[in-house]
Design a protein around this ligand. Structure first.
Ligand SMILES: Cc1ncc(COP(=O)(O)O)c(C=O)c1O
Length: 422
């Protein structure tokens, strides 16, 4: 190949995004390993395929297919860059009726997946402002979602804090926010962000922690982004009782993905109107319009609140059962070893901590891969840190959403490999 533009010069954007990243290498490695067809995939974030839920989508699509007008609306029109009108109205009414949110469609914007929404929000709220102040996005507790890690256009905008660790019984633990560390921050902030339940740990920040974060954000005059990809009211992959909260200083991010519709790419932002207007403007430039199909599948189920029932009575118990089962298998395969699992309070993952393991968990990842099991090493979830922390090399994320046979076999191999290392 002759000399191309890309090896003579590179834009800043290209430098930031087109030179590969740790996460790209990892995802590529996982993809290639899976292509051989003989691997047990406990690494990805794909939601489970739940037959009862799939049946609902099928019914909904069949109803649409019989209604020529409905099908056309779902497929052949560009929607507005804010979203599909009926969906936004139905969602606002649903949140008001069921959770007393007191919002209207002007408080809702739809994006092509919540991954996109978070990219917009981080870059709207953090980075160098027009006055030249560098505002940072604070993750008050890492480990946090791997998919945020490289989302800011300006390097060094993310700031994160280590958690406090509560050890529970012999083999469990829970992370808590270290509010003293948050109070000591002198940087100017642009927003604070948490996922609840948290990917990768299955942690659900307590109501008390959320209240304190709300006070913290109000005092610093920055919004609190709560990424609700697994939370209430849908998909409700939540094993503790919490109620969704919203006020003008909260930006709630939601998604239809973990409800079983990841390929419709439907992300939802609930926020005060000025934020919605900004998200809509960015949407128009970056995406032109929002995808309609997921919104049109879902809106009647918001109108009659049946999405609540599906989430609480089908999706939640399905994952709860799988989490309990996967923990039992791990407790058996790791018996007698100094392991701890984060308490499983939601999401699709178990987070295992192997204290003082002889090798870092990125090497454990390689060894497990050789034995046919794919997991995610812990270090990728600790971005924005000011200093290295050994704990990040002692943890792995294990996805339990796959079929039982895959999860059981994978966990058995994890047990054998980890045992050989202690
Ligand atoms: C915590 C969290 N937020 C956001 C996303 C993005 O999901 P989507 O773009 O499918 O809505 C994911 C996906 O795994 C996630 O785990």
């Amino acid at each position: 190949m002759g000399e191309t533009q890309s090896n003579k010069w590179q834009s800043r954007f290209g430098q930031r995004y087109a030179n590969g990243s740790g996460i790209e290498e990892l995802m590529d490695d996982l993809g290639r390993a899976m292509a051989t067809g003989d691997k047990l995939m406990l690494g990805g974030g794909n939601p489970a395929s739940i037959p009862q839920v799939n049946e609902l989508w099928k019914q909904r699509l069949m109803t649409l297919a019989q209604d020529a007008d409905g099908l056309m609306r779902a497929l052949v029109f560009y929607d507005t860059p804010q979203g599909h009108g009926r969906f936004m109205e139905a969602l606002a009414e649903f949140l008001n009726r069921e959770f007393s949110f007191n919002i209207g469609p002007q408080n809702i914007a739809v994006t092509n997946g919540s991954q996109n929404a978070l990219f917009y929000l981080f870059n709207l709220l953090g980075g160098t402002s027009t006055e030249g102040v560098h505002r940072r996005i604070l993750f008050p507790l890492v480990p946090e979602y791997i998919g945020y890690a490289d989302q800011h256009l300006e390097p060094n905008t993310f700031l994160s804090k280590r958690p406090l660790i509560q050890e529970i019984d012999d083999h469990r633990f829970k992370y808590h926010i270290d509010f003293d560390a948050l109070d000591a921050i002198t940087d100017t902030l642009g927003a604070v962000c948490v996922s609840r339940p948290t990917n990768p740990t299955g942690n659900v920040l307590t109501d008390e922690e959320i209240s304190r974060l709300r006070r913290y954000c109000r005092a610093r005059e920055v919004p609190l982004i709560i990424d609700n990809a697994y939370g209430a009211p849908f998909p409700h992959i939540l094993f503790r009782d919490i109620s969704p909260v919203w006020d003008e200083n909260i930006i709630l991010s939601m998604s239809l993905s973990k409800l079983g519709l990841p390929s419709t790419r439907t992300g939802i932002i609930v926020a005060k109107q000025s934020i919605i207007e900004q998200v809509t403007s960015v949407n128009a430039i970056l995406s032109l319009s929002t995808g309609s199909i997921g919104q049109i599948i879902a809106y009647p189920m918001l109108q009659d609140s049946s999405l609540l029932h599906v989430s609480k009575e089908i999706v939640r118990p399905y994952y709860f059962q799988k989490s309990i089962q996967a923990q039992q298998w791990l407790d058996q395969s790791l018996a007698g070893l100094p392991y701890r699992l984060h308490v499983s309070e939601g999401a699709l993952f178990l987070w295992a901590w192997f204290r003082d393991l002889k090798i870092p968990t990125d090497e454990l990842y390689e060894r497990l891969k050789q034995k046919g099991v794919l997991v995610i090493p812990g270090k990728y979830f600790f971005y924005g840190q000011e200093s290295p922390w050994e704990h990040q090399n002692e943890c792995i994320r294990i996805t339990y959403s796959q079929d039982n046979k895959t999860v059981e076999q994978g966990i058995q191999i994890i047990g054998e490999v980890v045992r050989s290392l202690y």
